[in-house]
Design a protein around this ligand. Sequence first.
Ligand SMILES: Cc1ncc(COP(=O)(O)O)c(C=O)c1O
Length: 472
Amino acid sequence: MQRLVSAMCLKMIFTVETLAGLGIEKTIGRQQRKIDNVSDNIKSNNAQSPQVSSLSNRATWAAGQPIDELMGMALAKPNIISLAAGFVDNETLPVEMTRHAVADMLAESPAPLQYGTNHGDPELREMLLSDSIAQDNAAAQTHQACQTPLEQVLITPGSNQLLYMVADTLLDPGDIVICAAPSYFVFMGAVKNVGGRTLGVTIDQQGMLPDALEAALQQLDDQGELHQVKAIYTIPYYDNPTGTSLSSKRRQRILEIARKWSKYHKIYIISDEAYRLLRYQGKDIPSIHHWDPHLEHSIITSTFSKSYSPGIRVGWGYIPNELVEPLINHKSNLDFGSPFFTQRIMANVLKRGDWNRHVTRLRKNYAVKQQAILQALDKYLEPIENCHWYQPKGGLCVWLTLPDDIDTGPAGTLLSTTIDAGLLYVPGQYCFPVEGQRVNRSTIRLTFGVQSAASIDQGIAILAESIAKIRT
Ligand SMILES: Cc1ncc(COP(=O)(O)O)c(C=O)c1O
């Protein structure tokens, strides 16, 4: 059984690695040549193989996303301790709240079983927007009135669809999105899927370094590539994968930088706020939306997946005015509206005040799990020299840096050793953008949402034992 797990995992990783071949290029400009090469290969294959000829370039660029295999592995192998896939805790899924919300809404009307609108349910959009403005005002201790029209609020089936549509709406092949290095690999896959390039800038414990961002933009300008920069992607709250949060000063600075470097066309900030509500320590920080109330540069995305249920899969976004029509056009072609049933469930959950109650419960539950993983890291990894991690103030990830001599990916021996011993993690190398900051192959993303405190402890013990084993 374990051999099968290893084989499946290694297959998954080699598939990813093959594709991440694109991801290892660091020189700005090379990606376009890679894309051209992919097109050339497809063209030359066309001559020989009629099957290949029917695939679009995008179909080729779409391959190799690690998310499916990681989620599949975690679900299919119940005995492996998975600190890999970003699932939420089964024990805290809101069964009763959801049952009540469904019963109430169906007692009221059959409408939730009908199609909805492209924009999404107006009542839900209204509640989400006023909730966000209230959160930002509380965090900033101000009373700023809402300056975002409801028209600029869009519901999608999960924030991932919105992130994908934004990438597709902004990027032509060869265009660039600047990301933190490391960053959320699913979004980077979406950029690659549409032929875009991701360029990574250095981070510290407070996330993306504004000076590094400016230096990257300067370099791109010097190279004549600034016109291809379309967006800066950030996860400002409890980042996936690093757990870092952008300080309020940095949020404002990044907004200034986006404004300043919008020389050829607008550079947008995509602020992915999926984890905002999972805060275990410290104070809330206003969203970038607060400093850009008319959404001139900012695209804010969020989701109920982490703070309520990923099975319901409702996400939303606050969108600059000029992007509403293109995104709606895109969505008309995609699904002409997100599932109405799940939107109405969430509208009911919000009206009953159940979302807040649930988030309070989640915070307590995840804070305990986060402590468990940090204590286990102290217990088992502190004795190993040059292992580093730090305590995020929220979210579901911990980022681990191991000694330089350990390659945590398929090229090293740690991954297969830990899988054989019963632990699955995400090799950090999959989280690095294609260009820019170098890939650190000695890193690991750990997520602690699903496992119990005891399994987390056991998983980290396996990791430490595996490190010891490969070094003897
Ligand atoms: C940073 C980040 N953004 C977006 C998403 C997508 O969430 P969903 O599509 O379920 O809303 C995830 C999911 O793990 C995430 O970690």
